[in-house]
Write a protein that binds this ligand. Structure first.
Ligand SMILES: [Zn+2]
Ligand SMILES: [Zn+2]
Length: 266
């Protein structure tokens, strides 16, 4: 992969990585390109977790790094938008206001809760919450689809009581198919997020069967990101990611500059 296009820094409420250190680490690791995608998750339901960004500061900091390290690495500026039913108009305004290279849309909530916290699964089966998660993703996607890549679809299986052991993506194929068809219809990429490989989930998010199905339904746009919140996980398992994509029938992956896809052969 020529770049990592899902990377967090201290501009995200859940990361304290210094952006310059991230850039230097990427250069040392031989990554030609990096796209910062810090979190916006307005109205996040967890007290003391605020996912908001001062975008003037974000752009001035990252643009300065882009200029300072020009010739060593290409720095792109993106954002990861946490989807909720009411946020579409605010996100559209934000995307129009700033010159983003790339926008990821991600579902981080289920039943109004952050699944990172085990209470989400209390008294419920993993299967019930997994299905809810996909259904809510679909509902949100119907309302807001002005982003470039769908982040870590099936992220929920990182947090179930039994993680992957209770997960077979075919059990949710009816809902997942609807999501994938909408992505294809709106020309939205599907992200292969390698954090699942790192977090002992044993597979990327989403599962390769879902990537394969997106391809079958006519999807050709895939992005690859590590979802790093610390600089040492940049570019994690990208060789494996390339192999998975080829096995799923893709010939190219994409990255985005000024919200336009650039194709790179696998
Ligand atoms: Zn995310
Ligand atoms: Zn992320």
């Amino acid at each position: 992969m020529i770049g990592d296009v899902h990377v967090h820094s201290r501009f995200s409420g859940d990361s304290d990585a210094d952006p310059e250190e991230v850039v230097q680490r990427a250069i040392r690791g031989g990554l030609p390109q990096l796209c910062f995608t810090d979190h916006i998750d307005w109205d996040f339901p967890v007290e003391d977790m605020v996912f908001d960004i001062d975008f003037a500061e974000y752009f001035s900091t990252l643009s300065a790094l882009r200029d300072k390290y020009r010739g060593e690495i290409t720095i792109l500026i993106g954002v990861e938008l946490g989807m909720q039913q009411h946020l579409g108009p605010r996100y559209r305004k934000l995307l129009a206001e700033y010159p983003f290279d790339f926008a990821i849309g991600s579902q981080h909530l289920v039943e109004g809760m952050d699944p990172y916290y085990p209470e989400t699964f209390e008294g419920k089966t993993d299967a019930y919450i997994y299905r809810k998660y996909f259904e809510e993703t679909l509902q949100n996607l119907r309302k807001f689809h002005d982003f470039d890549s769908m982040g870590h679809l099936d992220y929920i299986v990182r947090y179930g009581k039994q993680r992957r052991r209770s997960y077979n993506c075919r059990d949710y194929a009816d809902v997942i198919d609807e999501i994938l068809k909408l992505l294809v219809k709106h020309n939205i990429a599907l992200e292969l997020n390698t954090a699942g490989l790192r977090k002992q989930v044993g597979a990327p998010n989403p599962h390769p069967d879902i990537l394969r199905r997106y391809r079958e339904l006519g999807g050709t746009l895939v992005t690859v990101g590590s979802d790093s919140h610390k600089s040492h996980t940049l570019g994690f398992a990208f060789d494996t990611a390339g192999e998975i994509l080829k096995a799923c029938g893709f010939t190219h992956y994409v990255y985005y500059v000024k919200r336009q896809p650039k194709f790179v052969r696998l």
